[in-house]
Design a protein around this ligand. Structure first.
Ligand code: NAD
Length: 312
């Protein structure tokens, strides 16, 4: 299997590294020359609970330098870059290439379908965490899982094979007919926690400093779950609220990725998280006033950060 990773940042390097370590043929496709060059020179330094090691043997290239065809493509760009990234390697996607997005947010399936036939698209979510420490250096501690499904829910041997390969390298991966529940519950969690931390500068635990903070997080979760349910997905508010409470208690110092992006002067995934929830809420006629307010506030902070006006 020729496995290509499109977007070899924190998550792409973690997945690519684990796959290469177990003997799979992996190509990392990215636009970060520093990161790619460092991997070429010294391998990928991967720190996980299994140890701190260097993984060599992966091919690396920019999209325009890619050659050949991928059998499997794992998409791990930030959601705002997916369209451009897929366009730039479109030529290398054969009719048999299976493409999996485990990116956060909603709308990923629609983006993939602009470039591929629906039968080639697999969608899912992962709870594995990963951080970039520097060029060619990624850290991931703790455990996670991967749940995935073909877009049309049809059982295909090629999709089952991808799940088996990911599971075989220790990523706890399985096909799951209820994957949309997990996707929406993660979106609800992220819409609340990422958005609120991004706009306030709070760590996850600091959201609990005043009762109004934790209440607002819970209310946003309830809004998003209401949209999911009105859209026909049996997402579970209680499970998601328990995750929020657990994060506030256990991951107090964590800075969610949306806050990290603003602190680094980068655009956020607000459109594919809160923005997509709002678009879907309008379609099904569910009011989401708090999600809309938070979306507008994050957009404002993001605009000032991107214009260089505001060091967060
Ligand atoms: P990241 O920023 O570390 O990596 C994204 C990579 O995409 C970067 O290396 C960037 O250079 C590359 N890229 C950008 N434009 C590109 C293009 N046109 N062609 C090829 N590569 C391009 O992001 P990440 O943290 O790995 O997150 C990736 C996705 O996974 C996001 O949707 C995120 O929400 C999701 N996710 C992240 C985590 C986590 O813990 N980091 C967990 C679950 C899901």
């Amino acid at each position: 299997m020729n496995i290509w990773i499109l977007g070899a940042g924190a998550m792409g390097s973690l997945f690519g590294g684990l796959l290469a370590e177990s003997g799979q043929k992996v190509t990392l496709v990215d636009v970060d020359d520093l990161h790619l060059e460092a991997i070429r020179r010294q391998g990928l330094r991967l720190e996980t609970d299994a140890g701190d090691r260097r993984i060599t043997g992966m091919k690396t290239c920019r999209p325009e330098q890619a050659s050949g065809h991928a059998d499997v493509l794992l998409v791990f760009t930030k959601t705002l870059h997916t369209d451009q990234a897929l366009r730039s390697i479109g030529f290398h996607l054969a009719s048999h290439t299976m493409v999996l997005s485990l990116q956060n947010g909603l709308g990923n399936a629609e983006t993939l379908c602009r470039h591929l036939a629906p039968e080639q698209v697999m969608i899912g979510m992962t709870t594995w965490p990963a951080d970039r420490v520097g060029p060619a250096h990624v850290r991931s501690h703790g455990r996670g899982l991967v749940r995935m499904l073909t877009l049309d829910s049809v059982d295909r041997p090629a999709a089952a094979e991808v799940a088996a390969v990911l599971d075989g390298v220790g990523l706890d991966c399985a096909m799951d007919r209820d994957v949309w529940q997990s996707i929406w519950e993660k979106v609800a969690f992220n819409a609340a926690m990422n958005g609120l931390c991004a706009v306030t500068g709070c760590t996850v635990g600091q959201l609990d400093a005043v009762p109004e903070g934790a209440l607002l997080a819970r209310e946003i979760v309830q809004e998003v779950i209401a949209v999911a349910r009105a859209s026909g997905v049996e997402a579970d508010a209680r499970r998601c609220l328990a995750s929020v409470a657990d994060a506030m208690a256990q991951h107090r110092t964590h800075k969610p990725s949306m806050l990290q992006d603003l602190l680094a002067g980068r655009p956020t995934e607000i459109e594919s998280i809160n923005g997509e929830v709002i678009a879907r809420a309008r379609r099904v006629g569910v009011p989401v006033p708090r999600t809309e307010t938070l979306y507008a506030l994050v957009r404002l902070v993001e605009a000032r950060v991107l214009s260089g006006e505001l060091p967060v």
